[in-house]
Design a protein around this ligand. Structure first.
Ligand SMILES: *Cc1c(COP(=O)(O)O)cnc(C)c1O
Length: 388
């Protein structure tokens, strides 16, 4: 390769700052226990919040669909790749989310690029929370609109930016912040969007399946209507234990995205079996809210146990009532050492460092699932108490 790339020295620099990342290869399915290099770990690192990434229902549906529809979809949605499982899933999802229409994308990342590129354009302004997910940040760049950021969940700062912008305005935010676990003050944000005639776009990747009595997500949690929250992005790879994403809103929105969203148009449709698996897991949520309720109990149980062991005297547990429970360590190297200790004790949690989070806020990202038992949560807490 050409020398100017200097990949080796760039890699060394990344490693020197304690930022080199390594993939772990699982030899089996996702779950509360996973196997890596022949060793079994207690898993508090996945986003499978409802413990259904390995559900029997999804496996059966995928298998059945594979026999009926084959493996690859063979084309993009607008050519001949759109099969009935894609359609069935979109309809069921619209019903569950209580939205007029939904459109599925192959991933949340692509959905966010598609929304922002389609709806915002040069001359518009997009006002975004500073801690928004990377896919939203990239979508803003792709749109060509002017970008303004406001300090995390700071409503006064948001209002100032809205008031100072004369052009067409969008406000973009995560519902539940992926590395902090806190919830955006959406009723207030909705009010500001109405006052300043801005269009609100919300990414509910970590709210769906977690928030609201039935796990419908951020809209159920705050009782927000489609009118108040016109553009909603929901991912399927997290609490739904599947893959892909949907954008939902009124029929006009979906019809328009089908025409212009480049990340929808210029890509092969996801395999029909994936849509069938997504639908099978969605049906689990539609049937009852037991898993959602159990997740809520597990989150409280973890937080209570953290207090009981006086762990918050030593490290900060960020204020969060969602499945994402970050424990702030600060220094990158300290986090790495701690994380290695946890791994040697058979515990896996997310070890999140800059640039994913701000400098000096490296953290353990503990994620809770409804699949965890209280015994497993106690095991995590006891080992944290011994190692932190
Ligand atoms: C994971 C995530 C995405 C991307 O979704 P994928 O389906 O994994 O591509 C988008 N937004 C947020 C907030 C996320 O956490």
């Amino acid at each position: 390769m050409n020398d100017f790339l200097n990949l080796e020295s760039k890699l060394l620099e990344i490693e020197g700052s304690g930022l080199l990342r390594r993939r772990k290869t699982l030899s089996g399915s996702q779950g509360t226990r996973i196997t890596i290099d022949g060793k079994s770990f207690l898993n508090f690192a996945s986003n499978d919040y409802l413990g259904i990434a390995e559900s029997k229902e999804a496996r059966d549906a995928v298998t059945k669909s594979l026999h009926e529809f084959g493996f690859g979809s063979g084309a993009s949605h607008l050519v001949v790749g759109h099969q009935s499982p894609h359609d069935n899933f979109e309809k069921a999802m619209a019903e569950f989310l209580e939205r007029e229409s939904t459109l599925s994308f192959s991933s949340g990342y692509m959905a966010n690029l598609g929304i922002l590129q389609s709806l915002a354009t040069k001359g518009d302004v997009i006002i975004a929370d500073k801690l928004n997910h990377a896919s939203l940040i990239d979508g803003v760049k792709l749109s060509g609109a002017e970008s303004k950021r406001y300090p995390h969940c700071d409503l006064d700062a948001l209002e100032k930016r809205l008031a100072a912008s004369g052009q067409n305005k969008f406000v973009v935010t995560d519902s539940v912040f992926s590395m902090d676990g806190d919830i955006a003050p959406l009723p207030d944000i909705v009010g500001l969007c109405q006052k300043y005639e801005a269009i609100l776009i919300v990414d509910d990747a970590h709210g769906f399946g977690v928030l609201g009595e039935n796990g419908r997500g951020i809209c159920e949690h705050f009782e927000l209507t489609q009118k108040q929250l016109p553009v909603l992005m929901t991912t399927l790879g997290k609490a739904l234990g599947g893959n892909g994403a949907v954008v939902s809103g009124d029929k006009k929105l979906v019809d328009y995205l089908i025409q212009v969203a480049r990340s929808y148009i210029y890509t092969t449709a996801m395999p029909a079996s994936v849509a069938a698996g997504n639908l099978a897991n969605l049906k689990l949520l539609m049937d009852n809210n037991e898993r959602v309720e159990k997740l809520r109990q597990n989150i409280s149980y973890f937080k209570m146990g953290f207090e009981v062991r006086a762990l918050s005297k030593r490290v900060q547990l960020m204020p969060s009532n969602t499945a994402i429970q970050p424990v702030v360590i600060g220094d990158n190297q300290k986090l790495i050492v701690l994380n290695e200790k946890l791994e040697s004790r058979g515990i896996l949690v997310g070890a999140i460092r800059p640039p994913t989070v701000p400098k000096n806020s490296a953290r353990l990202r503990v994620t809770i699932s409804s699949g965890h038992s209280q015994t497993q949560i106690n095991e995590l807490l006891d080992i944290l108490a011994e190692t932190i």
